[in-house]
Design a protein around this ligand. Sequence first.
Ligand SMILES: Nc1ncnc2c1ncn2[C@@H]1O[C@H](COP(=O)(O)OP(=O)(O)OP(=O)(O)O)[C@@H](O)[C@H]1O
Ligand SMILES: [Mg+2]
Length: 245
Amino acid sequence: MTDLKNPTSKDTVLNVSGVSKRFGGLQALSDVGIKIERGQVYGLIGPNGAGKTTFFNVLTGLYTPDSGSFQLAGKSYQPTAVHTVAKAGIARTFQNIRLFAEMTALENVMVGRHIRTHSGLLGAMFRTSAFKAEEAAIAHRSRELLEYVGIAKFADYKARTLSYGDQRRLEIARALATDPQLIALDEPAAGMNATEKVMLRELIDRIRNDNRTSQITSLSDIVVGCQRWCTKARCVDMHGITGIV
Ligand SMILES: Nc1ncnc2c1ncn2[C@@H]1O[C@H](COP(=O)(O)OP(=O)(O)OP(=O)(O)O)[C@@H](O)[C@H]1O
Ligand SMILES: [Mg+2]
């Protein structure tokens, strides 16, 4: 059985190999492979245009890879659609924040939580007691997650009114709401000021220590990001993961 309390546990959460993706004449990823162990924070570091976001997009079903095999916690999965990937246990944040701007912070997290719900359309239409109980549980869990990432006081604020740093934390709360085994954070510190970066680093550490999930972060800000934030790092050169830092 997986030792979830032990952050040094060596079991593999993600195992991908042979991932390639071509855009017209541009080979963005070429035979990329990576193994991610439970409880680790991996940094995917590389210059602009190296293919970090493309790798995340392939991993999470936004882009269809030309080739590649994908396993999550020992089970193979096909990253053919975003919702199947989320159900399989991978959540992500985006380099360019993608929130529902006109929805509240709480509602944004609830959206993430809904992929783990059971009441169907009929339950929602007729507002059955099972549906109401499930909605209450979703709201409760979502508030807990806002508390966890440190923005509970903004639960009822529209997402667009939050500061840049708080919007990134909200994206992390939404990702956590899906009960992921792995979170892919695409340039999580981009555009943050120094204070926001410190708070983000603490949050990433906390997620790791609580061992709710492994994390893979893409970082072009190598000096700031890698050594302080990650327990392991992989270097992305043009077209592929080329080395261990
Ligand atoms: N949808 C797309 N269509 C065509 N080319 C694309 C597409 N997405 C990415 N690319 C190209 O693939 C290459 C890798 O881009 P990608 O965004 O993955 O790099 P990155 O490492 O995330 O860079 P950055 O540090 O700037 O975020 C770039 O040359 C980019 O122009
Ligand atoms: Mg990128």
